[in-house]
Ligand binder design. Sequence first.
Ligand code: HAM
Length: 429
Amino acid sequence: MPAKALPGFRDFYPADTALLHHIVAAWRTVSARYGFEEYDGPPLEPLELYTSKSGEEIVGQLYHFEDKGGRAVSLRPEMTPTLARMVAAKSSDFKKPIRWYSIPQLFRYERQQRGRLREHFQLNMDLIGEAGPLADAEVIAAAIDVMRELGFGPDDVRVRISDRRVIRALLLHGGVADDQLAAAYVTIDKVEREDRAKGRARLAAAGFAPEVVEEILRIGEIRGLEAVTDRLRAVPDGRDVGEGLTACHDALQNIGLGNFVDVDLSIVRGLAYYTGIVFELFDAGRSLRAICGGGRYDGLLKALGGVDLPGVGFGMGDVVLGELLRSHERLPERRPSIDVYLVAVTTSDVAEVLSLGHALRDRGVRVEYALKAQAVAKQLKIASARQARRAVLVGPDEREAGEAVVRDLMDGSEERVSLTALRDTFTWA
Ligand code: HAM
């Protein structure tokens, strides 16, 4: 028998499940506040859904195989292609803009490292059918509000926003040809993380002239909206190109979340389908991987379903979020699993315990009792291990009088209460 889960896969013990549910509760709360409805899709999809649109990085990480019917299939590594397909198939059924969220478990064959596993849960919030910058600002604000809901402020987390239209215009102006854009993006994406020499070498190997190499690196180093606007002045139609980023930035200021946001042109994102605003959310200390990433994908629905609808959204994983909660000591308080433990003093009290226990469960009280004959001391030991607030001792004498002893396990005090009152009116909270 294998003694361990597969590398990169997690066993969720109750404490791990409690943490996941804490994160999921924040995801659902914020999604509801923004008027998003939940959807889901199949965990297994045709392989082609990803090979055609997601881009090389994800395609290299697919869990794919041939099923028994000879179909090439893959576990879902991301949700966006499924969403695009689902909307495109029935687009006229839904009032635009569509606001949908989902919390799929995703699978990527990645090299296991801190913050990166081979499965994770990911909140996806997407807005489809609205191309304007207020839609971009809306999903970025929602991502920030999830962080606020979990107790983080602008000193803890930062959103870095950029715009592929801006980067593209600056690159073309700087001497990069249309068919070389993807190669330039790869190095810009790594500007923050890798040595300049490595970036230079990669660009030179891709055939860029030395002055173009320097220009690409400089573009990746542009920070702040003013610097972007400044650089765009030299570009024909630069003002128009920069409008989306400026409007999204201004909207976030008006929403009141501007203090979380930095304009940062090193963000391009690894997925192939992004066409406009792109953004990532990080811990302010930058000691962890990205918590969330997203952007605008205006060509994806057309490519997958023939319906020309713009989209914008993000994915936020549970793994890095869990690490952040741990490192900031913001883990949820564990609630005891029961409110009351019912103690049968003798075996002749068991029938009353069973009956009382079920009556209380019907009232929503969380109840446990021993499942075999046990000494009272042993039963009380389990009650306190469970951190039950109370124990109810049902013994022959009290039962005779139609009563039981309620012991407060926090302060040790006791009172005798009638069995009818215990069943019907006693306040257990
Ligand atoms: P992504 O950047 O690939 O975007 O993933 C989004 C987030 O999911 C990451 O920032 C990270 O928190 C988490 N994540 C991704 N891979 C792993 C992993 N191997 N282990 C743990 N966590 C991981 C997308 O997936 C896009 N489809 C998001 C999107 C939705 N764009 C528009 N709408």
